[in-house]
Design a protein around this ligand. Structure first.
Ligand SMILES: NC(=O)c1ccc[n+]([C@@H]2O[C@H](COP(=O)([O-])OP(=O)(O)OC[C@H]3O[C@@H](n4cnc5c(N)ncnc54)[C@H](OP(=O)(O)O)[C@@H]3O)[C@@H](O)[C@H]2O)c1
Length: 318
């Protein structure tokens, strides 16, 4: 991923579509359609409205979507997806990932897409390929993924301020894509189409596995008799996260960083006895930690080799 600097949004635009800005300007006031009024769609719709665009239609059938639309998109009619597309210069596709491809293709099948429309989806995993049926109909496809958590509450609109967005578009549409992100209050970060899967794997690995690691550590502390694991973990984990975000592998402390094979062997022994379900993940992460410490020069080869031997032996024994 390369940085998508804010300045890029002011770069000349070659977007040919009707209703879009002359070169170098953010999109003019657009009629926006939102499919659907979920946790993300309703919030981004509200952010686009706050930026001066007009949300003209939204889709959503469930009681939750209706309630969110009433709160965040007051007065916006809820209509079928085809009618949302018919009403909008810009169509926001904020539906579950597994639904996106079928929805885009289904709308193409009904002839809903129009030449010169803008459409963006909010999926992190997908890039532009999923929008191909719309692009074939003349739509300008954009993938704008807000890399933050949404609950669908009104506060989310404020939390968008400076939220990073993973932006993928055709190169000539990049200024418009980045301008839309800036208008919603976010910060655009360019992700090439070919890198989209890796981008999303990185975010999921970091955010989701972090939760598992923290929850696992808290459970192990509880098993060890610590009554309030969060209070014990907070200073240590906060410092580790801060250090890793600033310095990467240089922030590593603990037995692997010291090549302390005896301590790692003792961990494996005690986890095997007290928390056997935790052993596989510990071995896999200790091995990856050792490899990264070696690559970063934190461990010398003669310190890392015995650790890797121990961990490989443990894996082979399981
Ligand atoms: N939530 C997050 O924190 C977050 C963060 C970044 C990106 N994203 C991405 O944003 C997208 C939307 O996620 P979300 O959390 O907002 O989902 P969500 O809260 O479940 O909302 C999904 C919305 O899509 C509608 N919908 C579902 N299937 C549809 C279909 N076939 N046709 C038309 N509308 C349909 C739903 O309507 P009904 O209510 O009527 O079912 C609902 O309004 C996903 O790609 C997700 O990966 C989510």
């Amino acid at each position: 991923m390369t940085v998508g600097p804010r300045a890029a949004a002011a770069a000349p635009s070659a977007v040919p579509a009707a209703g879009l800005p002359p070169a170098g300007r953010a999109p003019a006031r657009l009629r926006v359609g939102v499919i659907g009024a979920g946790r993300v769609g309703a919030v981004l719709g509200a952010a686009l409205a706050a930026a001066g665009h007009e949300v003209v239609a939204a889709a959503g059938l469930s009681a939750a979507s209706r309630a969110r639309a009433a709160r965040l998109l007051p007065g916006v009619p809820l209509v079928p997806a085809e009618e949302v597309v018919a009403a909008g210069d810009l169509v926001v596709l904020a539906v579950p990932d597994d639904t996106l491809a079928g929805l885009v293709a289904g709308l193409a099948g009904t002839g809903a897409w129009r030449l010169g429309q803008l459409a963006f989806h909010t999926s992190g995993a997908a890039g532009l390929a999923v929008l191909a049926p719309a692009e074939d109909a003349g739509v300008l496809p954009l993938a704008l993924h807000p890399a933050m958590t949404f609950t669908g509450a009104p506060e989310d609109v404020h939390r968008l301020l400076a939220a990073p967005f993973g932006v993928t578009s055709r190169p000539e549409h990049r200024p418009v894509a980045e301008a839309l992100v800036l208008e919603m209050g976010g910060e655009p970060w360019w992700v090439a189409e070919a890198d989209r899967g890796l981008y999303h794997a990185a975010l999921a690995s970091g955010a989701n596995h972090l939760v598992t690691l923290v929850a696992e550590a808290a459970d192990l502390l509880r098993t060890a008799g610590v009554e309030e694991p969060a209070r014990v973990l907070t200073p240590l984990l906060t410092a580790a996260l801060d250090g890793a975000l600033r310095g990467g592998d240089r922030a590593l402390t603990g037995p692997v960083s010291r090549g302390d094979v005896g301590t790692v062997a003792a961990h494996l022994q005690t986890l095997g006895e007290r928390a056997p379900d935790a052993v596989d993940a510990y071995v896999a992460l200790a091995r990856r930690t050792t490899e990264r410490a070696l690559a970063a020069g934190r461990l010398r080869p003669h310190e890392g080799a015995p650790l890797l031997d121990l961990l490989r032996a443990e894996e082979a024994a399981r």
